[in-house]
Design a protein around this ligand. Sequence first.
Ligand SMILES: CC(C)(COP(=O)(O)OP(=O)(O)OC[C@H]1O[C@@H](n2cnc3c(N)ncnc32)[C@H](O)[C@@H]1OP(=O)(O)O)[C@@H](O)C(=O)NCCC(=O)NCCS
Length: 319
Amino acid sequence: MLESLKKRIKAMLESVRRRRNERQIRQSGRRVTRAELARDLARMGVARGDTLFVHSSLKSLGYVDGGAAAVVGALQDAVGPEGTLLVPTYYLPAGTVKATCEMEGYVFDPKRHGTNMGRLPEAFLARAATHRSMHPTHSVSAWGRQAQYLTEAHHQAPSIFGQGSPWQRFVGIEGAKVLGLGVSMGPVTFYHVLEDALGDAFPVPVWEERGYRLACLDQEGRRCEVPVRPFARALSALRIDYPGREDLRAYFRAEFERAGLRVNGQVGDAQAWFIPAQAFFDHLQRLATENITIYSTPEQLAARPLAAGTAAAAAARAL
Ligand SMILES: CC(C)(COP(=O)(O)OP(=O)(O)OC[C@H]1O[C@@H](n2cnc3c(N)ncnc32)[C@H](O)[C@@H]1OP(=O)(O)O)[C@@H](O)C(=O)NCCC(=O)NCCS
C-alpha cells in the first residue's frame, strides 16, 4: 500500500518535472517538425532501406512538434517500410549491469518493463517497436523489415553482444549504420561487438570474471535464463562514455572523420553523425591492433597521435 503510494507520487512528480522542461524548451528552442527531420536525415545520407541503430538526445533537436514520437516517425519516413530501426531499450532496474545481476528475484519481462535510455527509446517502445529482444539488461527494440531477424536470438547469444545478438547480426546487414542524433561518440553500444567477437584476444580485459544467469520471460510468458557478465568495474572511469573522457571522445571523432567513415550532418538543431556498421567494426578492429580502444589512456592516445591539427580541431568542436 505504502509502496504503491510512493510510486504514484514519484510518477506525478516526474510528470510535473517533464512538463516544466518541455515548456522551457518550447520557449527557447526552434520549432522543428517531423517532415523537416526526415528531410534532414535524407540530406545527410540516410537512405530508404537502411538499417539504423539510433542513439539520441531529444532536447538537442530543438523543440520537436509532437515530441519523441515525431522523431520516431521521421526516422521511419527516412528509411521507409523496406528499412529497419533498432533502438536501445535497455532496462537496468538497479542502475548498473553488476547491480542488476545481483538483484534478488529479478525476472525481465519485455511486456512489462520499460527502458531507462531516454525519451526516444521510451516512445519507440511504446508506439513503434514490433519486436523486442529478450535480454535482462540490454534488450533492443526494432521496427521494420529486419526487426525479427535482429532481435529473435538475443537470449541465446553466449554474451550480451556475441553471436546471435542484435549487434552481431546488424554488422552483416547491407545499409546498416550507427546513427547519433545530438550525442557524442560516448554512448555508443556498438563498440562492445568487437570485444565479444575477439574475446581474450581483445587487448583489454573488459569483463568481470564472474558471470551470472538472469531470468527472462518471452512474449508468451515462458521463462528462460540468459548469461550476463558485468563490465569490469576498474575500467569504468577510463571508458569513452565516462564524463571525464572528452579527450577520448574527441580522439575517436577525429579518427573516424580522418578515416572518412564518420558522416556529419544537421538534423533539426542537432549535430548528427553516422558510421556504416561493417566499416565501423573493421576500423575498431584495426585500432585495437594499435592498442587504441574505448579504454585507451591519455598516454596511449599520445603514443599514437592523429594528423597535426585534427585532434585539436576535433576537441574544440566535440559534443
Ligand atoms: C542521456 C541522454 C538521453 C540525455 O539527452 P536528453 O536530450 O537530455 O534526454 P532525452 O533524449 O531523454 O530527452 C528528454 C529531454 O528532451 C526535452 N524535451 C521534452 N519535450 C521535448 C520536445 N517536444 N522537443 C525537444 N525536446 C524536448 C526535455 O528537456 C527532456 O528532458 P527531461 O527528460 O529532463 O524532461 C543523451 O545524452 C544520451 O546519452 N543518449 C544516448 C542514450 C543511449 O543510447 N544509451 C545507450 C548507449 S550507452
